[in-house]
Design a protein around this ligand. Sequence first.
Ligand code: HEM
Length: 104
Amino acid sequence: MRRYQLQRITAVGLVFFLVLHMIVMHYPPREIKYENILDQMENPLWKAVEIGFLSFVMVHALTGTYSVLTDYDFLEKYKKVIAVLLSLAGAVALFWGTTTVLSW
Ligand code: HEM
């Protein structure tokens, strides 16, 4: 899969997750309270949604960051290093976020 395809597919996924998030979290009958969030985060389906949201945003944002950085000619020779650093940052963020969501 090409980079621009990955970027666009994850962008469509983000619209889906964002709309779902806004409807479920920010509109009545829901009240944003700590206890409500705890209840919701115990639901396996909601855990999957949160992990999906996190995965899509990380892939989208880091792929986009790679595109922006490697657009600069003077960074051309560091392409591999940039890819490795961004992948590591993504892996750490995904691990951290996923373990947090699963800890409920
Ligand atoms: C609903 C949310 C979002 C949508 C619909 C969206 C959509 C898009 C689209 C359509 C592109 C261009 C893809 C292409 O031309 O191939 C793009 C690029 C990009 N997005 Fe997003 N995006 C969203 C959220 C985010 C977030 C949260 C971040 C960062 C935290 C982000 C960072 C970027 C970056 C860095 C680029 C690359 C820009 C470039 O190549 O010049 N996006 N996004």
